[in-house]
Design a protein around this ligand. Structure first.
Ligand code: F6R
Length: 250
């Protein structure tokens, strides 16, 4: 596990994007695992600006998003599909057919989970981008989710709904369920890059790195992954710094 401390959001985004661009150039048929939320927006912006300047080629790249809200159609501006189109996909030359995001408005959600799982089985993820919830969730794997979980329907934690209410007009509008890759799917990615910024993430980052490895703190399971880099700003590492812990910093 490598922890890279950076000064701010922009540095975090640049560093994450650099890794992805290097990977895409070396592996034009690679498979990217993508996240939504505030953490990767800057990284996607960097990918778009690199694409405009250097024509990095995504024509044969495949992508899999971590999750999607249940009951929200892909054309709804609150959907993660819409988010990905807006922040990344419509600006680069990735093919629509190579984009995979769970369908949260599928009639049969169980079948949708199985079909997403099948696609992942045939197309293992090379690099997975992750954010981290203030409660330590990864994807929508909330505290208490099994380490053996695969693609499933998750009930969102109260804290997660409150945190995500900023993207909606009211808390009531925030969906209660989502389809999410499970912890096992995430752990199967060959490489993971986790982005954490801001003081709201300080406790989660601390517990992920220094607390027990436990299902109560889903991100702590990542300590068992053989190839994970955490890129975090100084606000997110403030509790580690309080320990005088500069271990693994660069
Ligand atoms: C998003 C996802 C979530 C977020 C997490 C952090 O696809 O799976 O786990 O990464 O909630 O969200 P932000 O980045 O908005 O703080």
């Amino acid at each position: 596990m490598k922890l890279i401390r950076v000064n701010n959001y922009q540095e975090m985004s640049r560093m994450g994007a650099k890794e992805i661009i290097k990977f895409v150039n070396k592996n034009p048929q690679g498979v990217l695992g993508l996240a939504t939320g505030s953490s990767p927006i800057g990284l996607y912006k960097e990918l778009v600006s690199d694409y405009q300047q250097n024509s990095t080629n995504y024509a044969e790249i495949t992508s899999f998003n971590l999750d999607e809200y249940v009951g929200i159609d892909k054309n709804n501006p609150q959907s993660y599909y819409y988010f990905m189109m807006q922040h990344l996909f419509q600006h680069i030359n990735i093919k629509e057919n190579n984009i995979n995001i769970p369908n949260g408005s599928a009639k049969d959600l169980k079948e949708e989970c199985e079909s997403y799982e099948d696609k992942l089985r045939f197309c293992p993820i090379d690099i997975q981008i992750l954010g981290i919830g203030a409660n330590g969730h990864i994807g929508f794997n909330e505290p208490g989710t099994s380490v053996n979980s695969r693609v499933h329907i998750a009930e969102l934690d109260k804290k997660t709904r409150i945190d995500n209410a900023r993207f909606f007009y009211s808390l009531e509008e925030v969906p209660t369920y989502a389809i999410t890759m499970g912890i096992k799917n995430i752990m199967e990615a060959k490489k993971i890059i986790l982005l954490a910024y801001g003081e709201e993430k300080a406790q989660a980052v601390y517990s992920m790195l220094k607390g027990d490895v436990t299902e109560k703190m889903p991100a702590s399971i990542l300590r068992k992954h053989p190839n994970i880099t955490i890129i975090a700003d100084h606000k997110a590492t403030v509790l580690l710094d309080a320990l005088g812990d500069q271990e693994a910093s660069v």
